[in-house]
Write a protein that binds this ligand. Structure first.
Ligand code: ASP
Length: 436
């Protein structure tokens, strides 16, 4: 049995929704269907969720949301009439608008795209609409209460047959609507898949799957047919954005594979995300994918005899903790320690942080280098194989690219290099062509 999640571009208009319905009905094992709000119909369009946030802002600023809400009304009334279904859209929209005017919370407002989207698809398929509002539960700090949610979903979905559920939201203990972070319908799909112990969680989007590199840099990079959850985490963290990064946790522990599929190319098998490298089969590739991110700064700290000073790292990290700055990497030498930090975490406070570090550590010198980009070369098959690092470094050297930082964890499935941002695209291309 399969759980399917269809993203915003799949639910964007009546013809894509009809396509979704065809995909669902073409396979009897596609039982529980989770949907996003309608996304962009073309590059100049607005996502329904963004339009809903605009309603909340307009209500706040002007006391009512007439202009912004008219965008929502048009989208959904068109979808209802073009699909030839009757979900009482006019009344549902009036009710939502009423609640917004009466001061409904922003998370409630943002959730209505998924709510209406699921209503429409359920009607098109002629199956029940199952609201997730009282099935996905959040704690007081907005954290997902996974076990409670799983129990509630299991009880509700037992013997329900095929059904459509809205993604992205649930509620807190008082029943007030709470949402995940943006793109969170992926998480809803994963929770539903875990609750019903699905054989596979199909995540339908608008691309064929994960690519071995960023197509804006590499011309027609190969598709990754299979990768592990761990590889996915590494690639996603470094910028490969197909799936919400938190969506793997509910399914990973139960070993439920995720299959990325393309609504607009349903014949393609997509990318399979599996628990274990052994399930990947021997595709012969050493490197599964290459991903990168711009926008890092390195703070280099030097102090003689640092290596024998017990507690030095703790003091440095305490400063970061106290200042609310998270770091990404911490390469070190005998008398040096470098902290690699995202620019967005530093804000404009780099100098203040350096001063605090200097005071706390009694360092001989501390300097800052900005303009760093990180590139991760990821592959389960890289472990226990010689020559992978040599291939990366040779490719970079041959292209006259200076490596500013190197990091490889002992799992050996990820080698990260830091290069100057002006070398970023060239470096990705050099590494890609050395392996692919
Ligand atoms: N509609 C929400 C968003 O745009 C959630 C989702 O699509 O997954 O972020």
């Amino acid at each position: 049995m399969k759980v399917c999640k269809f993203g915003g571009t799949s639910m964007a208009n009546s013809s894509t929704i009809a396509q979704v319905a065809d995909i669902v009905t073409s396979d009897a094992s596609r039982a529980y269907i989770v949907v996003s709000a309608p996304g962009k119909r073309d590059s100049g369009d607005v996502k329904v969720t963004d339009a809903l946030y605009a309603c909340a802002r307009e209500k706040n600023e002007k006391g009512s949301c007439d202009a912004a809400f008219s965008v929502i009304e048009k989208r959904f009334l068109d979808i209802e009439s073009e699909l030839g279904v009757d979900v009482g859209m006019k009344a549902a929209l009036a009710d939502i608008k009423d609640k917004i005017e009466q001061g409904a919370g922003v998370e409630y407002i943002a959730s209505r795209g998924e709510y209406l989207s699921a209503k429409v698809l359920a009607a098109k398929l002629g199956v029940p609409f199952v609201d997730t509002q009282d099935l996905i539960k959040f704690g007081t700090k907005g954290e997902l209460l996974l076990d409670i949610s799983l129990d509630l979903l299991r009880a509700r979905l037992a013997d329900c047959g095929r059904a459509v559920l809205p993604g992205f939201y649930g509620s807190d203990k008082d029943g007030v609507v709470r949402t995940f972070s943006r793109g969170g319908s992926d998480i809803t799909g994963a929770i539903v898949a875990r609750a019903v112990n699905a054989d596979v969680y199909e995540n339908w989007t608008d691309v064929d799957g994960f690519l071995t590199a960023d197509p804006r840099i590499i011309d027609k990079p190969a598709l990754i047919d299979c990768l592990t959850y761990k590889e996915l985490r590494e690639l996603a963290y470094m910028g490969a954005e197909v799936l919400h990064p938190e969506s793997i946790f509910p399914v990973r522990s139960a070993g439920i594979p995720i299959n990325i599929r393309n609504t607009f190319n349903p014949a393609a098998k997509g990318t399979m995300i599996v628990a274990d490298g052994k399930q990947q089969g021997k595709n012969g590739r050493v490197v599964t994918g290459i991903a990168g991110r711009k926008g890092f700064t390195i703070i280099n700290i030097e102090k003689d005899m640092m290596n024998s000073e017990i507690g030095f790292c703790r003091k440095a990290l305490s400063v970061l903790e106290y200042e609310g700055v998270s770091f990404e990497h911490m390469p070190s030498g005998i008398d040096t320690l470098s902290l690699v930090i995202r620019d967005e975490c530093l804000g404009g406070n780099a100098q203040k942080l350096v001063n605090k570090l200097r005071d706390a550590l009694g360092a001989d010198s501390i300097d800052i280098h900005s303009g760093l980009s990180l590139i991760a070369t990821v592959g389960h098959n890289m472990a226990s194989r010689h020559g992978t690092a040599a291939t990366i470094f040779t490719a970079l050297a041959d292209n006259h690219i200076n490596i500013r930082m190197i990091d490889q964890g002992s799992s050996e499935m990820n080698i990260i290099v830091g290069v100057d941002t002006f070398d970023y695209e060239k470096a990705i291309s050099a590494i890609y062509h050395a392996f692919c």
